[in-house]
Design a protein around this ligand. Sequence first.
Ligand code: AQP
Length: 357
Amino acid sequence: KAQVFSGIQPTGVPHLGNYLGALESWVALQDKYSTVMYSIVDLHSITQPQDPQMLRENILDMAASLLACGIDPTRSILFQQSQVSEHAELSWILGCLTSMPRLRHLPQWKMKSKQKNEGSVGLYTYPVLQAADILLYKYGQLCSSCVLILSRLYSQLCVRERVMLLLCRSTHVPVGEDQIQHLELAQDLARIFNNQYEEFFPEPCALLSGTRKVKSLRDPSSKMSKSDPQKLATVFLTDTPDDIVLKIRRAVTDLTSEVTYEPESRPGVSNLVSMHAAVSGQSVEEVVRLAEGMDTGQYKNVVAEAIVQTLQPIRLEIQRLRADRGHLESLLAKGAEKAHSLAAPVMTEVRKLVGFY
Ligand code: AQP
């Protein structure tokens, strides 16, 4: 059994998109893999300005949310990234093996630097830190046939075909489709390091962590985000049933009253349909059939109710866990200790290979 690593930024309470696109599958991975590591990636979060007091709160809130969703600290290593200093150290070494043009076209930089007009050096090198997060735990040994397929075919495939190929293999790093290029960077960096120093890092493999992208309720052309300033755009895991009903009722749809699933031409109503399908465990077709005869106003009530049913137990559990900050801190400290015990020997070897004596 292989190991799994993934991370989430403590930039606020997680939302329905984080849950359906990542956390739900993180929970399931605990049953399939022997070592499962989930990191609250606070080093990543400061690539955008963060208020220190708020960041501290968000880290503990994120820990409470992950536990409430079903991350079990007896089966997973749950830890705060900055508490394991090897992440930053390896990131520096890998950054020295990367060129500026290699990073310029990666999605995180393109998306977030555009929003801000300019971005920090940290935002630019974000994918290098991501590569360090993964490589530090030496995952994802590819079998030789995978290497052969990849080397012959990979560069000729389009993104969707690459995702399908990655899905077919035994894979270890849960990533969204938009993160595939970042994982490719980690693969490249492993290769570059091995060429420059010595065969050391196995190339990490991707595990597609859900193809569902939940869209903003106010602007279905963009994804639902923790940091979206529009309060009605995001359904948080801590939202009360009233909050959820209000947000879904106000969700942007269009002038057609029928409920159909046409993501290109009707992104708003299609977003409702796919959220409804995901939370109720039904297919999109089943959900559309169920909505026959309803207008979008009536349908919104059904969707809101289904979301409330899914999120209500999680919200109550977050509330309970939040009340004991000391317990959360001690869980994170124990997680960091375990992560450190895996990362430290890897970094000792890396330091030797680089020549740091
Ligand atoms: N809208 C979404 N739909 C599906 N999956 C999503 N994820 C994020 N938004 C959606 C997935 O959640 C995991 C953790 O994400 P993250 O917090 O590390 O980074 P992010 O993608 O930048 O998330 P946010 O919510 O948009 O945060 P902010 O506002 O801080 O940038 C990832 O697997 C991600 O794919």
